[in-house]
Design a protein around this ligand. Structure first.
Ligand code: PLP
Length: 357
């Protein structure tokens, strides 16, 4: 089967050197070689997340650590600030775990404002809050910089941020912003295959978790952090070691590109796709909220997105239909991970050719 280049918002394209690293012969997960690997990766992720907080790697996709985050951070009641499908997932996770939670859902296509958040937190009812950074379903990116002062004003609240589709593509300064738990997955801007996730945990979040009685088992953040410390950078169950080998190679590639160059490349690709979208269609989100890593484009021409994708497939290209209720009403072009401007140009030219734009 010829490979179709992925412009879907995860999984993203994986570089051949990274793919090769996945087939490195196995090492045991209880030896010093493994500990050194996890320790080295912890330090690299801390640098990329601008944090001193410990890093938990998990042999699950990001949803697993999101579950652990909301469950372990809520002693009283959580408030979920949603701007789309993945924001709503936090509420489903809370409900499924018996965690008391309320949800604020912004009008789709718009992001969160500090005033809305402050309005909820001021009552003192909540001790955990969740925010999605880049909402992959609507292409909305929340402005963490603008929201951070509100969370600083409410230190009783543990702030959990879903950075699944933004981390490693957008600069996220975890410590300066005061993010207590930052969760991400391997298959988006980190450009690894799916199956690994990670989160950073602040001392405040860890203290909170210690006071939460039913933290589950697999995603018990206290247990995970204790294990990492006691066993010198190991994981309680069997880690997805191939992903760690791959991440090791990928972090070297990221360092070689330079993180600022990487962030700039993401901004430039977003700008190229979004000005193209405005020329031929329209953006789904209000422009100020348009995400740097994935563009959600309104299907103003009433094209069949499924047919477009079929034609693109013949050229070994693949974009994404709208998510859930936005299917066919929108389509999405991801500009994340290791994609280059030349890839974006190739895709946009192919769409123009197929649709005779
Ligand atoms: C914003 C966002 N949050 C959470 C998730 C879920 O992540 P995972 O599929 O790694 O569990 C996704 C996946 O697409 C996402 O885009």
């Amino acid at each position: 089967m010829p490979h179709k280049k992925l412009f879907i918002p995860g999984p993203t394209e994986v570089h051949p050197d990274v793919l090769k690293a996945l087939s490195t012969p196995m090492i045991g997960h209880r030896g010093s070689e493994y500990s050194e690997l996890q320790k080295r990766l912890t330090e690299k992720i801390q640098a990329l997340a601008y944090t001193k907080n410990p890093v938990i790697f998990s042999a699950s996709s990001g949803t697993g650590l999101m579950e652990g985050a909301i469950r372990c951070s809520t002693a009283k009641r959580a408030i979920v600030f949603s701007v789309g499908t993945f924001g709503n997932r936090w509420k489903e996770l809370a409900d499924g775990n018996g965690v008391p939670a309320d949800k604020h859902e912004a009008e789709w296509g718009t992001g969160l404002t500090p005033e809305v958040i402050d309005g909820y937190l001021a009552a003192g009812k909540y001790d955990c809050a969740t925010v999605t950074h880049s909402e992959t379903s609507t292409g909305v990116m929340n402005d963490l910089e603008a929201l951070a002062p509100v969370f600083r004003k409410h230190p009783e609240v543990v702030w959990c941020v879903d950075c699944v589709s933004s981390f490693a593509g957008v600069k996220i300064e975890v410590d300066r912003l005061g993010i207590d738990i930052m969760v991400t997955s391997s298959q988006k801007c980190l450009a690894l295959p799916p199956g690994l996730s990670l989160c950073t945990v602040s001392p405040k979040a860890e203290e909170r978790a210690k006071g939460v009685k039913n933290r589950g088992f697999y995603f018990d953040l206290v247990n995970l952090l204790n294990f990492i410390r006691e066993k010198n950078f190991q994981y309680p169950s069997t880690m997805t070691i191939p992903h760690l080998f791959a991440l090791d190679v990928q972090m070297e590639r990221i360092a070689k590109e330079g993180v600022d160059n990487r962030f700039r490349r993401h901004r430039e690709m977003a700008s190229r796709v979004q000005s193209w979208a405005k020329r031929h269609f329209a953006l789904y989100p209000a422009e100020q909220w348009a995400s740097t890593t994935v563009s959600c484009i309104r299907n103003t021409r009433g094209i069949s997105v499924a047919d477009l994708n079929k034609e693109l497939g013949k050229r070994n290209l693949n974009l994404s239909n709208g998510y859930g209720k936005l299917k066919e009403q929108t389509f999405r072009i991801a500009h994340m991970g290791d994609l280059q401007m030349s890839d974006i140009d190739e895709l946009l030219a192919a769409v123009e050719d197929i649709l005779k734009l």
